[in-house]
Design a protein around this ligand. Structure first.
Ligand code: GDP
Ligand code: MG
Ligand code: K
Length: 301
């Protein structure tokens, strides 16, 4: 009798799909910790956020890729470039769609892009909790005709259905490789970026449609020095217009206070310590179209 010695597998997986299909929800479900930012607004995730899933046999490193869509402005252009380069470098692409929405031009655009890469692609049909099972089969048939997906897997990222099966299939496609990250590490992003995303998430949620995506957050200071028990975080919310500044600050500063209150809870959880959060609001016109500013906000090409 011979013992089959299984080799350790590891690899990089890029998650793509139209905004709001559930990419961040999936990542958070897998990692079990709030590291990618979830929102019901599109384009919440503008940067790569890696989630690392480690078992005794494998390590899966997920990349929450910014949405691939027809660029409308400079930032969109930039995001596309980053996303396409990522797709070529990873071991597997998960193309996620929302089964409650029909196949649309956004999907068509992505599938065209996928035809230009050699990386294997899975189709992940998300939000199956929200439809009748009968609706699934015709959808699978339709997608099968559009692209040669290696696997087609229906899931509910929200409720956790079929996630195990998907993880198993993903592992099949991973090459032999090392354990890149320590087993207890779930993200390699600096806390600075996560903190700015947490603040941005609260601001987007609370201001509803009034302040669209023209919102960025910079972290100006994280000061651990003065007091071990209280960390001073200073951040600036950057908007494009004076009117938006007014909305973000709110009547007698109430909106800004609420943004800060909610962000503080999440940041304290993240850092495991009490914080003093100092929030500022600044107008910087048309920041999305100025490549030079993109660098200031931490985007690099
Ligand atoms: P992303 O833009 O692709 O990262 O999408 P998000 O993860 O931010 O999710 C967008 C919205 O869809 C949120 O309101 C989620 O709660 C919701 N959502 C995500 N996955 C599911 C799912 O499996 N079922 C249902 N019903 N809603 C989901
Ligand atoms: Mg997201
Ligand atoms: K989103």
């Amino acid at each position: 009798n011979t013992t089959i010695e299984e080799k350790y597998k590891s690899g990089f997986i890029s998650i793509i799909g139209r905004p709001n299909v559930g990419k961040s929800t999936f990542l958070n479900q897998v990692i079990g910790q709030k590291i990618a930012i979830m929102s019901d607004k599109p384009q919440t995730t503008r940067n790569k956020v890696q989630g690392v899933y480690t078992t005794n046999q494998s390590q899966l490193i997920f990349i929450d890729t910014p949405g691939i869509h027809k660029p409308k402005h400079k930032l969109g252009d930039f995001m596309m470039k980053v996303a396409m380069n990522t797709l070529k470098e990873v071991d597997l692409v998960l193309f996620m769609v929302n089964v409650t929405e029909g196949y649309g031009r956004g999907d068509e655009f992505i599938i065209e892009k996928l035809k230009g890469i050699k990386t294997p692609v899975f189709l992940v049909l998300n939000k199956i909790d929200a439809i009748h099972p009968d609706q699934l089969l015709p959808m699978i048939e339709q997608y099968k005709n559009l692209y040669d997906f290696k696997e087609i897997i229906p899931i509910s990222a929200l409720e956790g259905n079929n996630i195990d099966q998907l993880l198993k299939e993903i592992t099949e496609y991973m090459p032999e490789g090392p354990q890149y990250y320590p087993a207890d590490q779930v993200t390699d992003h600096p806390e600075r970026f996560i903190i700015s995303e947490l603040i941005r998430e609260k601001a987007l949620h609370l201001t509803k449609e009034e302040v669209p995506h023209s919102l960025a957050v910079t972290i100006d200071k994280i000061d651990h020095r003065n007091n071990q028990d209280l960390v001073h975080v200073m951040a600036t919310i950057i908007v494009e217009r004076d009117s938006q500044k007014g909305i973000v600050i709110g009547k007698q500063g109430r909106m800004l206070k609420e943004i800060g209150k909610r962000a503080r809870v999440d940041i304290e959880n993240l850092l495991g310590t009490k914080i003093f959060l100092e929030l500022w609001v600044k107008v910087q016109k048309d920041w999305r179209n100025k490549a030079i500013h993109l660098r200031d906000f931490g985007f690099k090409e």
